[in-house]
Design a protein around this ligand. Structure first.
Ligand SMILES: [Ca+2]
Ligand SMILES: [Ca+2]
Length: 710
């Protein structure tokens, strides 16, 4: 039996022989092809990937007769073969209007032109931006797209264990007598109406707001965008929504840079702005791409190219490298060929020559984009990759499961040796002008070994690790046990296997960054690594502090034990992710805290909230005594992920319908990462018995805790 290595050598020899013959036939240099060396260095990290985006157009509104015939197969390919994991959901500014023009159009009451004329016709719901009149907003058009495109994509992504990132994009291409851009509060109300509608009707809310599509077309200034972001961010936060904000999405990259510089002058902008977006319709050059990437990095946010009809993998390469893009889009999902051409404005074409049997066709440029999208997934960290031959432009990534991916853009056919890949088995796929998705033989390498492969012509080749290379760990707030968000500076627990060889608790401050030989590094989405202070390590759990300065957004946790074995996990870092510690460390029930009683003579005493009951063998509540109306009774709760809140007005607490005055919510001071919240317990709560406390901080709920009030 022939070993796979022999097969690989044989096929490489055959391939080289074949290419040599072709070269001879073309009467070009017949010398043996030069071997290109590509070097991977995982110690140099860049941006983390968020998503591959497509705009929500697949012909659903315009081609209702044929759309049902191709949609299922199209969406399956979009998610599972091309690898789209982010969608632009458009909302037109004219959705603020008492008339539902879209329904009138679909019912045949108005013409197509009349419907189109209504798209950006904004009519204020009422004169008060603080008073939202739901009847003044029409979402039927957006809903049709959610139901026919976004929800099906969302389900398909969910079925493969991924999340579809939904980017709500406000479109405002024509002037209107009333304009949201002139009143940030009105823009905020519009976004709140949209979010509340989506949440109540579909049960999810968008991950991001792309503030205005092509501000240089829509005539929005950078200042107007900045003001809209802060107003909408504030309004949504109070209502419990915390989307990311994306801007300025200019058509021209020069405009994108000047608009960005203008919008970031608005105070408070970086409480919300998370992505610097642009289109490549003008000013598209290396210097501008680099300027965008470096501005994003300097300001601790991501960068994203989000539209160019005709965008190719050359643009993608420049955006990933010079532009440090974390997300990237060509444009729409699909469009029928009877109404368009393969112009690079849609990932797929629908050949509707026979309308009874429409066929899905991969766009000519999509075959190359797919070589990146399909294998480089959300959470992948870009690492250094260089080539000693300018005909080959590599990029390399470490996916969230630690499998490495190298994608090489080849201006010409050739063979290469890749050095620096970890041991493992690698799949190899390429697409060229004449061939799509060709499988080269898998390659298995041991540590330190080169991986040799080749591509027969101009195109893109992808070398992707087939084995998950690391044990996974999952991290939660050590207080609330919430997994969805972790705050920088907060006390966090990560769970896994073989995390440490022994159980060791830190006995010094500042906390050590190595315990029993275990170290834990957080690499934020900008590629910056920081060692975490450790509270304790054990084989299955490590408690640590997310290092200060970790940028909000996705981050990678890399834990190395004394034997050098690594575990990886993904975290979603937020400025605030409030959690209250609980008495039994379960994340709910009785809180960790004390009662501070201030008597009329200013004498202060502390009383416990809980005690251990020997007979019941568990922790039980000590009832809070409100019998003396002269006493001020203050509940002090210990938590984490709280202190980077905005001002104190964003903190609220209640028991039932009774509001608890908030005295403070701040750093506790004695322990790293520990915060405290102090709430006054009003006299009117006397006799409440077991009472659940709801606390909101920056619009985010704390875990539910309860006390007993006598
Ligand atoms: Ca309004
Ligand atoms: Ca209003």
């Amino acid at each position: 039996m022939r070993s796979p290595i022999n097969k690989q050598i044989l096929s490489a020899v055959l391939l080289i022989a074949l290419i040599s013959v072709i070269s001879l036939a073309c009467a070009s240099s017949a010398s043996v092809m030069q071997q290109t060396t590509i070097t991977i260095n995982p110690n140099i990290t860049y941006q983390m990937m968020n998503g591959w985006e497509a705009t929500d157009q697949a012909g659903q509104l315009e081609f209702p007769a044929i759309f049902p015939k191709y949609k299922d197969q199209l969406f399956d390919q979009t998610i599972n073969d091309l690898g789209i994991n982010r969608v632009r959901l458009e909302i037109f500014s004219g959705a603020e209007n008492p008339v539902d023009h879209f329904s009138q159009y679909t019912n045949g009451q108005i013409s197509r032109q009349q419907w189109k004329d209504s798209w950006y016709q904004i009519i204020n719901d009422n004169i008060d931006p603080k008073v939202l009149n739901p009847a003044g907003f029409q979402f039927s058009q957006m809903d049709a797209t959610i139901e026919t495109v976004v929800n099906p994509l969302r389900s398909l992504a969910f079925n493969r264990g991924e999340k579809l990132y939904i980017n709500l994009n406000y479109v405002d291409f024509r002037p209107s007598a009333f304009e949201h851009k002139d009143s940030p509060e009105e823009y905020g109300e519009f976004m709140l109406a949209t979010f509340e509608h989506i949440k109540s009707k579909y049960g999810w809310s968008p991950d991001a707001i792309e503030v205005v599509l092509e501000n240089d077309n829509a005539d929005w200034s950078g200042t107007q965008i900045g003001n809209a972001i802060v107003a909408a961010g504030n309004r949504l936060r109070v209502a419990g929504f915390n989307p990311q904000f994306i801007g300025p999405s200019s058509t021209n990259m020069n405009n994108a840079i000047s608009s960005f510089d203008e919008m970031i002058q608005i105070p408070g902008i970086f409480d919300y702005l998370s992505e610097f977006s642009y289109h490549r319709y003008g000013g598209a050059n290396g210097a501008n791409t680099e300027a965008i990437g470096s501005r994003a990095l300097q300001n601790g946010i991501t960068a994203a190219h989000l539209e160019l009809i005709g965008a190719t993998f050359d643009d993608l390469y420049q955006d990933l490298t010079l532009g440090r893009n974390s997300a990237w889009a060509q444009y729409t999902i699909a469009w029928p060929l009877s109404d368009g051409t393969d112009d690079g404005g849609k990932y797929y074409l629908i050949n509707d020559g026979n309308p009874d049997n429409p066929q899905i066709v991969l766009g000519q440029r999509t075959r190359y984009l797919r070589q990146y999208f399909k294998y480089v997934r959300r959470g992948a960290m870009r690492i250094e990759a260089t080539a000693d031959n300018n005909n080959y432009k590599p990029v390399a990534f470490v996916n969230a499961d630690c499998s490495q991916v190298v994608v090489i853009k080849a201006d010409t056919g050739g063979s290469f040796s890749i050095q620096g890949l970890p041991a493992g088995t690698y799949g190899i796929k390429y697409s060229t002008e004449s061939q799509i998705d060709i499988n080269a033989p898998d390659a298995t390498i041991s540590a330190g070994q080169l991986l040799n492969t080749s591509i027969p012509g101009f195109g893109v080749i992808t070398i992707y690790g087939k084995n998950a290379l690391c044990a996974q760990s999952a991290s939660v707030s050590a207080a609330s046990y919430r997994i969805d968000e972790i705050a920088a500076g907060s006390i966090t627990a990560t769970f896994g296997t073989n995390l440490a060889s022994a159980t060791v608790i830190a006995d010094s401050t500042p906390l050590p960054t190595s315990l029993a030989g275990t170290t834990l590094t957080i690499i934020d989405h900008l590629g910056v690594s920081r060692l975490s202070p450790l509270f304790f390590v054990s084989p299955n759990q490590v408690n640590f502090v997310v290092p200060d300065g970790t940028a909000p957004g996705q981050a990678v946790l890399r834990l190395t034990n004394a034997a050098g074995e690594t575990s990886y996990g993904l975290l979603q870092i937020a400025k605030v992710a409030p959690g209250i510690f609980t008495a039994d460390s379960s994340g709910n029930g009785l809180p960790a805290g004390v009662i501070l009683r201030i008597k009329a003579n200013n004498e202060q005493t502390y009383e416990p909230l809980v005690r251990f009951d020997q007979a019941l063998n568990k922790i039980v509540a000590v009832p809070v005594d409100l019998s003396n109306p002269q006493d001020q009774v203050i509940l002090v709760l210990y938590g984490t992920g709280i202190n980077r809140r905005m001002d104190l007005t964003t903190v609220s607490a209640r028991i039932g319908d009774v509001t608890l005055p908030v005295i403070h919510a701040q750093v506790q001071g004695d322990f790293v990462g520990l915060d405290q919240v102090a709430l006054q317990i009003p006299q009117q709560l006397a006799g409440s018995g077991d009472a659940g406390i709801s606390i909101l901080i920056d619009g985010k709920p704390c875990n539910a805790v309860s006390i007993n009030i006598q």
